[in-house]
Design a protein around this ligand. Structure first.
Ligand code: 48H
Length: 259
């Protein structure tokens, strides 16, 4: 075993996979629950799918459960998705189930990767790529370490037939589009309407409706969908995130099959 062989094995295999991810069907921003669920269903349906996550760890807000009590709550429809993944749940009352947040994150993560979605961590999406009529045609990337240390290092780009903004509360991709391309989002003002204060029932009801193509080439899923369309947050109930990811995958897939 020699150190240079180990180093070459890591860098060569990484670069091969990274280069393969530069031209994909769907690029997802954010490996939280909604992004990973979207990635799982897309990859399983045969779409070439990549997920970029800016943090070292995957799972977004899920591992933290509610206020660091690392359990999550789901309603029946959300539980059905966890059943499909093989995550164990416990019945809490007539309408609610609980699950171990870490079991949920680690299982979703491994099943998503094994389904064929490629996840790259420590990479931040800092811009989008555009074509005629401001169609979103891909992503502009940099190492998170570069953006966190505010170094001036030019980015790389990936081409993608569809992009999904699954960046959670910050809805970072939609914010970039609004800032750089103007009021082109399909909201009442063309801009991000902003997340409202907590109302769990409404937040969960709205999130699947809000999961949609928000401008040509760009879909929004998960908490980002509620932030873009001005719906409330819901706390540590995760059924809506899972259902939103699944819907985003179905929308992207049907758009791709229509081309
Ligand atoms: C690369 C990025 C970038 C970027 C962000 O926050 P998430 O877990 O998002 P969802 O929508 O899948 O789940 C939301 C849920 O976790 C939550 O916060 C809930 C239910 N809140 C309710 C409440 O009331 O508070 O994951 C988003 C991921 C994170 O891992 C980010 O690091 C990542 O996206 N991300 N990755 N490039 N520019 N921006």
């Amino acid at each position: 075993m020699d150190e240079v062989t180990i180093s070459k094995a890591i860098t060569e295999s990484f670069v091969r996979e990274f280069a393969a991810a530069m031209d994909v069907d769907v690029a997802i921003v954010g490996a939280g629950p909604s992004g990973m669920i979207a990635g799982y269903y897309l990859a399983r349906a045969g779409a070439k799918t990549v997920i970029f996550e800016k943090q070292l760890r995957l799972g977004g807000g899920m591992p933290g459960g509610g206020m660091m009590f690392n359990r999550i709550v789901l309603q029946e429809e959300g539980k059905a998705i966890l059943d499909e993944f093989g995550v164990r749940t416990e019945k809490y009352d007539a309408e609610h189930y609980t699950a171990d947040a870490l079991e949920a994150v680690s299982t979703i993560c491994s099943r998503t990767i094994q389904a064929g979605a490629k996840i790259f961590n420590l990479i931040s999406v800092e811009d989008v790529m555009i074509r005629e009529d401001n169609r979103i045609a891909g992503l502009v990337l940099n190492w998170s370490a570069v953006s966190w240390s505010k170094l001036h290092v030019d980015p790389l780009a990936v081409r993608s037939k569809r992009v999904i903004d699954a960046t959670g509360h910050e809805c970072e991709v939609c914010r970039i589009v609004e800032r750089k391309l103007g009021p082109i989002l399909r909201t009442s003002t063309g801009r991000v309407l902003g997340e409202k204060s907590m109302w769990a029932e409404k937040g969960e009801a709205d999130i699947v409706d809000n999961t949609s193509e928000v401008c040509p080439g760009l879909l929004v899923a998960g908490m980002a969908a509620n932030a873009v369309y001005g719906s409330p947050r819901m706390g540590a109930i995760f059924g809506g995130m899972l259902l939103s990811g699944k819907k985003a995958a179905a929308l992207a897939q049907s758009a791709l099959s229509g081309e």
